[in-house]
Design a protein around this ligand. Structure first.
Ligand SMILES: CC(C)(COP(=O)(O)OP(=O)(O)OC[C@H]1O[C@@H](n2cnc3c(N)ncnc32)[C@H](O)[C@@H]1OP(=O)(O)O)[C@@H](O)C(=O)NCCC(=O)NCCS
Length: 126
């Protein structure tokens, strides 16, 4: 959570460990992975509208991705997954390098980023 000096919430993210049925996973997620596939779930991520566009959302995602790398070094974490709340959010996640679980279904809100892709993603953030 990010707050002002007066403890007003500016942005937050919630995380939980999750797993993906290997049979339902895209091949890049399922390849050489256990069943179910261990992953880190971004439950909620939001930035107060008056602080939008300042890079706070991207900074929170950077923190989440670094957490996934750290978790994967201690216990398996194959991917970071998120369910986009709407089409705009989906575009935002795709801009950060996340992939749709089902590219053929634009109505499917679920996206993922392989932990193995995170280093390159973080480099692209600059
Ligand atoms: C999505 C959200 C987290 C972005 O937070 P933010 O702090 O404003 O994002 P950042 O400042 O890090 O990124 C802004 C960049 O993303 C772009 N962007 C913002 N919303 C976008 C969208 N819907 N689609 C594509 N790009 C978007 C901006 O144009 C800006 O680009 P620029 O850096 O080239 O100028 C915030 O708008 C939000 O809380 N939305 C409501 C909840 C939500 O959608 N959460 C996602 C969970 S599913």
């Amino acid at each position: 959570m990010i707050t002002t000096a007066d403890s007003v919430v500016v942005a937050y993210v919630s995380l939980a460990m999750t797993s993906i049925d290997r049979g339902d996973a895209p091949s890049s997620v399922a390849k050489h992975a256990p069943d179910p596939v261990p992953a880190l779930l971004i439950g909620r991520l939001a930035v107060d509208r008056s602080y939008a566009g300042l890079g706070i959302g991207t900074a929170l995602v950077t923190h989440v991705l670094a957490t996934a790398v750290d978790l994967n070094a201690r216990a398996a974490c194959r991917a970071v997954v998120v369910s986009a709340i709407d089409q705009a959010a989906r575009s935002w996640w795709e801009r950060l390098g996340f992939h749709p679980f089902d590219p053929a279904d634009p109505g499917n809100p679920d996206l993922y980023l392989l932990t193995g892709e995170i280093e390159a993603t973080l480099r692209s953030f600059g």
